[in-house]
Design a protein around this ligand. Structure first.
Ligand SMILES: C[S@@+](CC[C@H](N)C(=O)[O-])C[C@H]1O[C@@H](n2cnc3c(N)ncnc32)[C@H](O)[C@@H]1O
Length: 397
């Protein structure tokens, strides 16, 4: 059940930073808010810790006083649970945030009243870094991290909080797409199973024609290490990151849904020192090319005309669905529907993929290693006509 848990009436773009609430007994020390997150939601505290560490530096690449303030307000054993942040990693996390900021600012320049949907936003303070005073902002996260976010950040009338698993389609019905939509997923998709991640991408493509999505991924090798139980630099166990993707596989993301018109890489901005100088060119470096995190932007074209209502809302395959009816009449539907975990995944009717978990290539857990390399693929905005899938240029297996 989607639950809108917003709101306070405070104007969020106010430059002043809220101070922690003083305790009613008049003690001088402000009361801190207990952060009781574990598992994947706890990673929101890790990323906050790193952004705040970077933001606290005088030569920071990411000015973010609200993140620094938020760290001070949280009651959480950061050092025991997550270790001390390494400066280079703090900068890397901040550069990732800065790259997302760039995409959001670009979107808001074109759509000043548009809606930014931040999936798995955790305790990210991006809104206060990029707000233009007109944007609409929707945070989608699991109930516990969302409740914590609501307690510690001052959400205003242009912000909404939706407690919902991003893998469920229902949150899309809550989004006002009239003035343009940008979906961001910073630090989220790697925690999903590959088929869940590509299904989420497909759901966004279908729900927001003309919209944009930006997300980051870890490499296939890093994903394998986390699945093997590797520890983070702070000595804490990293939650498994089931979905990894290498740069050479990026173009195949287009096969997640026919409405995906353009797939492009978003480089990290330059930062401080050697790492900072290398950051924008990580994917050009032969040794790192296929072992570095990636940022990817997808632009969605118009919805395919033959797409019926969303897969979550339809009866079992074999029932009275539009694809089944069309098939009965001998008309090729644009999509078929197959079961995938808790929901269903929709794929092109003529896709060679038999198993929904092989969302791209027919393999269970990976995209094709032989996919063409390259950061930017313009594939045209129009989805291919029904009956011609995959389109020319996308290889069948
Ligand atoms: C690594 S944190 C990233 C937080 C924030 N985006 C950032 O960059 O600081 C992962 C976030 O994804 C959220 N999350 C994990 N699985 C989710 C799901 N299925 N649906 C919605 N949010 C999810 C977690 O609660 C957490 O807030």
């Amino acid at each position: 059940m989607i639950e809108a848990v917003h709101t306070t009436g405070r104007e969020p773009s106010s430059p002043s930073i809220p101070r922690p609430t003083p305790p009613p007994d008049g003690n001088a020390a402000p009361r801190r808010v207990k952060a009781d997150l574990t598992g994947v939601p706890e990673t929101a505290l890790w990323t906050l810790q790193h952004r705040a560490a970077e933001a606290a530096r005088p030569d920071t690449v990411l000015p973010d006083p609200r993140a620094v303030q938020l760290m001070a307000e949280l009651d959480f054993p950061f050092l025991e649970r997550l270790g001390a942040p390494r400066p280079w990693l703090a900068q890397a996390i901040a550069l990732r945030a800065l790259a997302f900021d760039g995409v959001v600012r670009e979107f808001l320049a074109d759509h000043p009243d548009g809606t930014v949907v931040a999936l798995g936003e955790g305790l990210e303070t991006q809104f206060w870094r990029v707000d233009n005073g007109r944007a609409h902002w929707v945070t989608v996260d699991l109930p516990d991290p969302l409740a914590l976010r609501k307690r510690v950040l001052p959400h205003g009338p242009r912000q909404r909080l939706l407690a919902c698993d991003a893998r469920e389609r229902r949150w899309t019905a809550q989004i006002d797409a009239a003035r343009g939509v940008l979906v961001t997923a910073q630090g989220l998709l790697m925690y999903l199973e590959p088929a869940q991640a590509t299904r989420l991408i497909g759901v966004c493509a279908e729900a927001f024609p003309g919209g944009t999505m930006v997300f980051d991924t870890v490499s296939r090798r890093f994903s394998a290490r986390t699945r093997g139980g590797t520890k983070g630099l702070g000595g804490h166990r990293l939650p498994p990151m089931p979905w990894g993707m290498d740069a050479a596989e990026r173009t195949e993301l287009r096969t997640a849904h026919p409405a995906i018109g353009e797939v492009s890489g978003v480089p990290l901005p330059a930062g401080r020192g050697l790492l900072g100088r290398l950051a924008p060119r990580l994917t050009d470096l032969p040794l790192l090319r296929n072992d570095c995190p990636l940022l990817t932007r997808l632009r969605f074209g118009p919805a395919p005309p033959s797409c019926p209502a969303g897969p979550d809302d339809r009866p079992e395959p074999g029932g009275l669905t539009l694809p089944n009816l069309l098939a009965h009449k001998g008309v090729a539907p644009h999509h078929t529907t197959t079961r995938c975990g808790a929901g269903q995944v929709r794929r092109p009717a003529h896709s060679p993929r038999a198993d929904p978990r092989t969302a791209h290539t027919g393999r269970r857990d990976r995209l094709s290693p032989r996919a063409p390399a390259g950061d930017r693929v313009r594939c045209g905005r129009r989805p291919p006509p029904a009956g011609r899938w995959p389109p020319a240029g996308i290889r069948r297996r």
